[in-house]
Each structure stands twice: as structure tokens, then as C-alpha cells.
Ligand binder design. Sequence first.
Ligand code: 1GP
Length: 240
Amino acid sequence: MKPDYTAWRHVFKLDPDKSIDDAALEQVCRSGTDAVVVGGSSGITYDNTAELLARVRAYEVACALELSDAEAAVPGFDLYLLPVVLNTPDGDWITGLHQKALRHYADRLDWERIVPEGYVILNPRSMAARVSGARKPADAGDLRAFALLADRIFRMPIFYVEYSGAWGDMAWVREAKAGLNEARLFYGGGIRTPEQAEEAAAAADTIVVGNLIYENLPLALATVPGKRKRIETRDNEWYR
Ligand code: 1GP
């Protein structure tokens, strides 16, 4: 069944290029998160993506692939999220790679399962920014204009505020959200405590937790709504 991503409040993002043991994966998949998204900015191959999908498939949780390289377009995911980087001058990341991929794969696509994401990458040091050549918006108003572009002009269903690896400015996220009529706002980047998860969830529609899964699993699990108050998870270096 096609999952309803418009109801997602919390998502775990797993990187096929990073290792996660079976016990940890089980905890992620049974955590109560709304979905597992498979994706990353480097080292993504067909094989490591297919392997991770097969392991996640042992559980009932919805599983989506965030597709940044057509070579890794593994069939069998519930949804395919297609990032379109809005804040890069490099056309490859806006239409170029997508058009090339469609030339070869269009016949095999289940269009119902493809969801474009208007991406704005705000952490210049992230791999995603380096790979795509994304330029950080000058201010919150600039970000809001990208939100308008995604929502009103391109009519993308998801606007993704991506701080990958760094905690973002929630005032900026709120400003972007104010620019959206229809699109859902996904926020990802630097969520390392239940409190940050709560703050981000208040500003965005859907929050994405990535690195923390690999850095401190108990704390990552505590970012899932309904589990954020479990204080026994707070004895760690990231807790503020
Ligand atoms: C990365 O937005 C996600 O694509 C999550 O970011 O890894 O910093 O949690 P973190």
C-alpha cells in the first residue's frame, strides 16, 4: 500500500553507506516512527541500497527511498522521494540528472509512488551542499521565497529545509512554513535531543533524524513523538 506521507510527523533517515547492526535496525523500525527513509549524499550504490531495503522490509514500517542517484533506483520501496535542489546554480541538481534518469527509466516507473521534494540546503559544510553546489540563502526572507517557489510555482508537495549535520535556525524554518499553502515542510539537520525534536516539530510538519541514529541510538529513539520525555536517555554528550 502507498503510505500517506502527508501524515508523517517523524522520520528516521538511514544511510546505506553507514553500517547498522540488526538489533539497532530493529529498534529503529519498531520505534513508532512514521517512516524510514533511505538516503545519503555519498557512497550510495544499488547494492547497499537493496541490502538495506531487504533488511527494513522485515518490519511493517513504511520505507521510502530518497533518490539522488539513478544508479541506486532499487525497486520495491513504498515511495520514491526525488530531491530537486532549489538553491544551487548547478542545473544538474535541478533538472539535469532527473531528465537524464527519465530518459532511461521512465518506462519502469510507478508514477503514483514518486514524490518530488523542493530542497533548500542550508549547511554549507554538509556533503549535500558540497556535492550540489548549494548556496545558503541570505536571510529568512530569502528562504521563504524558495518556499513560495516550491509551493506556488512548482507545486511541489514537500519543501525540505535541509541543515544536514547542523542544528538549524527555527526562526527561518517558521518563516519558510509561513510561505507554504499546500506543501509539507520537512526539517532535517542536527536533531540530537528530544527537546530539539520537539522544537523542530513545532516549526515544521515533519522532522527527519539521521546522524543521531549512528551516534546515540537511545537518544535517537527518544526523538519519536510520545517518547521524548524519557529522561533515562539523556546522559550523553549531546544533551544540553
Ligand atoms: C539529513 O536531513 C537529514 O539528510 C537529517 O540530518 O543527519 O543531521 O540528523 P541529520
